[in-house]
Design a protein around this ligand. Structure first.
Ligand code: PMP
Length: 407
């Protein structure tokens, strides 16, 4: 049975109560970005209406309120992922910037020619390209752990890839294309046994299941607010204090310094060392409210409900003639990627849009996954707690009609 909180949550999302092309909107592109509850948009509106000021630098009332709200959001993030210290939470633009920060600050200061960075074959481009840039700058090399036909990481291959030259493991916690939830605990244990730090890309996990960075014992963890009912333009880099303290700043500017002279500049303490310039204050406040919202629903409830929805969706889509799933791992988040015999994924997306159904088609910023499965693209329905079984039925019926039309 669906918990009461989840059942009534849909009403908090005005955007879901509209028609598209004369049909009720069925929004199934949550892995790209999630919709926002009114609590989040109202908090952002309230901030700009009543509290807007720059933070940290002024003594006036509005600045104090803005600073207080911004720093309160940091505390919420800390507790949400169970970080040991608030200064381990760095606000960035999103997952992409968090990974670039680690690549340029941690990577550039430590890696040398011949050093290795270990990734998986199911990474999002944002966990590939920053490392390639770093490799060009340092002469380090990428190594890629293969995946099997269901989209699971080959753990024994992973272990074999860990070498005396491996300086960092950077892996996606859950794939945005395949849905695969990687065995993070195991990945980290095996790396730590060899003294290698691990970064996890948590863009698709933090919104969908409880994440505890201390229990995982990961060294870095990256995620985006906009995929967890928060605003765009804000995200989080979690880093263990020892690492962050040892790392040089990523960007220079105001707010990240203690003192500046033309001879010598002293940097601020954590986390401000990594937050140069005026940050996305409203975004951080919105993220804080998004976290409040998710915590009210309960991450355990969200995970359980989405699993139920995933199972149901898998069942009804499997009955569509000619449909083949891409990504059938044992442990998955609510991502249903598929191809349809004789139909280009783009056409599936276009026709479904005319029925009010929003899915994503393409390579999903993970071209190596397409190459691995020998396909140009997939169609992807990605789920959230505000989706329903009835919507899964509408989706399945829509795809079936596409098949009849074009297949
Ligand atoms: N990693 C994964 C697994 C993702 O799904 C995404 C977003 N599609 C990103 C990284 C990048 O996130 P952002 O664009 O918010 O930086």
């Amino acid at each position: 049975s669906v918990p009461f909180e989840i059942e009534r949550a849909r009403a908090d999302f005005p955007v879901l109560q509209q028609e598209v092309h004369g049909k009720p909107l069925v929004y199934l592109d949550n892995a790209a970005t999630m919709q926002k509850p009114r609590q989040v948009t109202e908090a952002i509106d309230h901030y700009y209406r009543w509290d807007n000021a720059n933070i940290h630098r002024a003594v006036h009332q509005l600045s104090e309120r803005a600073t207080q709200a911004y720093e309160a959001a940091r505390n919420k993030v800390q507790h949400f992922i169970n970080a040991a210290r608030r200064e381990e939470i760095v606000f960035v633009r999103g997952t992409t910037e968090a990974i670039n920060l680690v690549a340029q600050s941690f990577g550039r200061s430590r890696l040398q020619a011949g050093d290795e960075i270990l990734l998986s074959h199911m990474e999002h481009h944002s966990n590939i390209v920053p490392w390639q840039l770093l490799c060009e700058q340092t002469g380090a090399v990428l190594k890629v752990v293969p995946i099997d036909d269901t989209g699971e990481l080959l753990l024994d291959e992973y272990e074999r890839c860990l070498s005396p030259r491996t300086r960092l493991v950077a892996m996606v916690h859950a794939s945005n294309v395949l849905g695969t939830i990687n065995p993070a605990q195991k990945i980290i244990e095996l790396a730590h046994a060899r003294g290698i730090p691990v970064l996890l890309d948590g863009a698709q996990t933090v919104p969908h299941m409880p994440v505890d960075v201390q229990e995982l014992d990961c060294d870095f963890y990256a995620f985006s607010a906009h995929k967890m009912v928060g605003p765009t333009g804000i995200g989080v880099l979690y880093g263990k204090r020892e690492w962050l303290e040892a790392m040089p700043p990523y960007q220079g500017g105001g707010d990240m310094i203690l003192s500046v002279s033309f001879d010598k500049t002293l940097y601020s303490d954590l986390p401000y060392k990594f937050e140069a310039g005026t940050p996305h204050i409203a975004g951080a406040i919105g993220l804080g409210v998004a976290i409040d919202y998710l915590e009210t629903l309960g991450m355990e409830n969200i995970a359980a409900y989405e699993q139920e929805l995933l199972n149901y969706g898998t069942e009804v889509l499997a009955q569509v003639p000619g449909l083949r799933f891409i990504g059938t791992a044992q442990e998955k988040v609510g991502v249903l990627s598929f191809v349809l015999e004789g139909v280009h994924p783009h056409d599936i997306g276009t026709i479904l849009d005319h029925e009010g159904i929003a899915i994503r088609t393409g390579h999903h910023c993970a071209q190596p996954v397409m190459e691995r499965f020998n396909i140009p693209a997939t169609a992807r329905a990605s789920l959230a707690f505000y989706n329903t079984k009835a919507e899964m039925d509408v989706l399945a019926a829509g795809i079936k009609r596409v098949g009849e039309l074009l297949g």
